[in-house]
Design a protein around this ligand. Structure first.
Ligand code: ADP
Ligand code: MG
Length: 450
């Protein structure tokens, strides 16, 4: 297929000129595919690796469709997980709108909310925001979302991993029904699926295959194992060969299991192991990664989202302590080894429950992962960890698995409940500490705090 240029897309002159100034000639695959989908007005979910140009993939069609207007309320809302990303996306918009008259504002926490309120009050077309600050501004009525026609959530998996589900869900409910929703992510997770199901209308899914993965460079093997303890036994057995296994990155989807494995490995290899996930402080995370990268620690345990942005060189082995539900995640994981012409090695642990995940991975790669037998020296454990023990869940119990996307979305549909949540929490705290003597005191406190 002949490569498209930006000229071939239905762009307008101001956008084409801006792209030319940037020196960009050909759209990336995700940009090419997303353009017509988004232009069609449908809801769109786009999945592509980091660095594939997802920002322009949604900005180009959205800016192409945006008409000049003097209206005060924003028409495009772009939500991203961090303030750094707000700044970055606003910067990208400014580059693209060099020849277009457009009003853009970025809002994020950690800076004076009043200043932002004043800025928003002047009227604008596009808002780029982190969920928490945006929600605070909505509660203050500093921003009206009723005119939003286009809504983008970028890096949605990171957003959910950082615990923004409450804010995101509430904001979604305030948006007009007839909006177009667009979501971009580097990976698909169960939480993301849940959010799509709850708030997207028959979205078109665009997924750009993980490209250029040097599969030939990576030797993959797999083990079928029954449970956590047996996996840990095998891992300790292989890790004992510390010359071969000199820089080992272990992936685990669940952070509680990650902590559990850390405790288990740390007792066997004290000082050689670290664990990073979003529950750890920023400092701890940075130090752990630096030490691992520099070779000061030999083994690092990481959750998928945490490891995404890391650029670590010369990983000798990637261990998949679980088999990811989404095959793309497996590709991201093993892509951490075998970089830059080096031979990489990957080990995959699969339980019976995960067998279908393994099949999905093999289908994506169009190859089988060779399965190895458990070495005789490794003990098969029958002891289950709490997460593996069967739970007696009552059928139709509305409280079951309240962490999952489905029921939680449901609960929050109840608007009164939602608004009262903060208040009742404050009331409870107030009762406990007997602080505000009267209603007036309490309200005054609240106003001053914000
Ligand atoms: P992602 O969100 O997928 O991680 P970004 O949107 O941040 O990727 O883009 C990564 C980099 O690629 C940015 O520096 C961006 O300016 C650049 N880029 C985007 N589109 C193109 C293109 N069509 N041609 C060349 N460079 C591009
Ligand atoms: Mg991005």
């Amino acid at each position: 297929m002949q490569a498209l240029t930006f000229q071939d897309l239905n762009l307008n002159t101001p956008l084409l000129n801006a792209l030319e100034d940037l020196g960009f000639q050909t759209p990336t695959p995700i940009q090419e595919q997303a353009f017509s989908s988004i232009m069609s007005g449908r809801d769109v979910v786009g999945i592509a690796q980091t660095g594939t140009g997802k920002t322009f993939a949604y900005l180009l069609p959205l800016l192409r469709m945006l008409k000049y207007s003097k209206q005060k309320n924003p028409r495009i809302l772009i939500m991203v997980p961090t303030r750094e990303l707000v700044v970055q996306v606003v910067g990208e918009i400014e580059k693209l709108t060099k020849y277009i008259n457009i009003r853009v504002a970025g809002v994020y926490g950690g800076v004076n909310i009043n200043t932002q309120q004043v800025e928003l009050n002047r009227g604008l077309d596009v808002v780029v925001a982190t969920p928490r600050r945006l929600y605070d501004l909505v509660l203050r009525r500093a921003i009206q979302l009723k005119s939003i026609q286009k809504f983008v959530i970028d890096e949605v998996d990171v957003m959910l991993d950082l615990g923004f589900k409450f804010q995101v869900t509430n904001i979604l409910e305030l948006l007009p029904e007839n909006r177009q929703s667009i979501m971009f992510s580097a990976t698909m997770t169960e939480n993301v699926e849940g959010m799509i199901e709850a708030s997207f209308k028959a979205p078109e899914k665009i997924s750009v295959a993980v490209s250029g993965t040097p599969l030939e460079n990576i030797e993959q093997i797999g083990y079928k194992l029954p449970n956590f303890n047996t996996k840990a036994n095998l891992l300790k057995h292989v890790l004992a060969e510390n010359e071969t296994y000199h820089k080992v990155l272990i992936f685990i989807g669940d952070k509680r299991i990650a902590d559990r494995l850390f405790d288990s490995l740390n007792s066997e290899f004290p000082g050689e192991v670290s664990v990073v996930h979003t529950g750890k402080s920023q400092n701890y995370r940075l130090n752990s990664v630096q030490e691992f990268d520099a070779g000061e620690t030999r083994i690092m345990i990481a959750t998928d989202v945490m490891a995404r942005g890391l650029d670590i060189e010369h990983v000798s082995h990637v261990v998949n302590f679980d088999t990811p539900n989404y095959p793309e995640n497996y590709m991201h994981r093993i892509g951490r080894t075998g970089r830059a012409e080096r031979k990489g090695r990957s080990i995959l642990f699969t339980t019976e429950k995960e067998q279908n995940h393994l099949e999905a991975i093999e289908a994506l790669m169009q190859m089988k992962v060779p399965q190895h037998k458990l070495p005789k020296e490794v003990k098969i454990s029958k002891e289950l960890i709490p997460e593996e023990r069967p739970r007696a869940i009552e059928i139709n119990n509305p409280n079951k698995e309240s962490e999952e996307a489905g029921p939680a979305f449901h609960e929050k549909k109840d608007k009164n409940k939602k608004v009262n949540l903060g208040g009742s929490y404050r009331r409870e705290i107030a009762k406990k500490y007997k602080k505000p003597k009267t209603r007036g005191d309490k309200n005054a406190n609240r106003r001053r705090k914000k």
